[in-house]
Design a protein around this ligand. Sequence first.
Ligand SMILES: [Zn+2]
Length: 291
Amino acid sequence: MSTSPLRLMAVHAHPDDESSKGAATTARYAAQGVEVLVVTCTGGERGSILNPHYGEVVAEPEQMNAIRQVEMRHAAQALGVSHRWLGFIDSGLPEGDPLPPLPPGCFALEPLDVPTRALVEVMREFRPHVVTTYDPSGGYPHPDHIRCHEVSWAAFHAAGDADAFVGTGEPWQPLKLYYNHDFSMNRVSTLHRAMIDAGLESPYGGWVESREAREIPERQATTRVECADFFDHRDAALRAHATQIDPQGFFFAVPREVERQVWPVEEYELAVSHVPTSVPEDDLFAGIRND
Ligand SMILES: [Zn+2]
């Protein structure tokens, strides 16, 4: 199998997820000459305006979809990556007790084969060596994030099977599948402690307490990618999502000097490997590079 150029596919649920999870990693690899493709499963059309400093009122999903397409284009430019929409409709985050039903036709309600076929087709065309996605919990319990995991897992295992999804291109088996782990308790509590040690107000106090109280089992990160030199790219990509990200808010609350000092990496969990490698790793392409 040719491994030149190396290719990385990052599968995400909504526009902005690529900027909050694994963003600096994608920017780093793109700068090194790796071909990087971000695939976004949904248009994010059911997202609310989460930035209180965003000036306009946007009520209609169609309008939101159009705005988020532009935001996504600018974010991809900031990261230096290519981008593809998978074309499904945001399920929205159901809230209330009991939870309301999901809206008809949304991504999370599509029969699994439908989005899997769409992703297999993109995999067979782009031919990634490495694929990243979320762990089975979704990372957080948004139905689109859980679905994103299910679709990525199914497509990773089907793309190389000539009998699966016939008519979507030549089979291609990606070599490694990873889960993003940017919001691990380890990272959040490390940043939290560093803020307190520096005499600064931590944005993570409530988060650390509620996570500890719920005793969510931690998944094991296997792979730490050094990417502090690309935090600026990540930040520019985050700011591109102006409807979602408050430039004075949560994502920018930790001074970058502090972050570079205590957590200059992004973490991943190696879920599947078809090449020999040993963990811990510091490179998503460990075991794949020719050199
Ligand atoms: Zn999302």
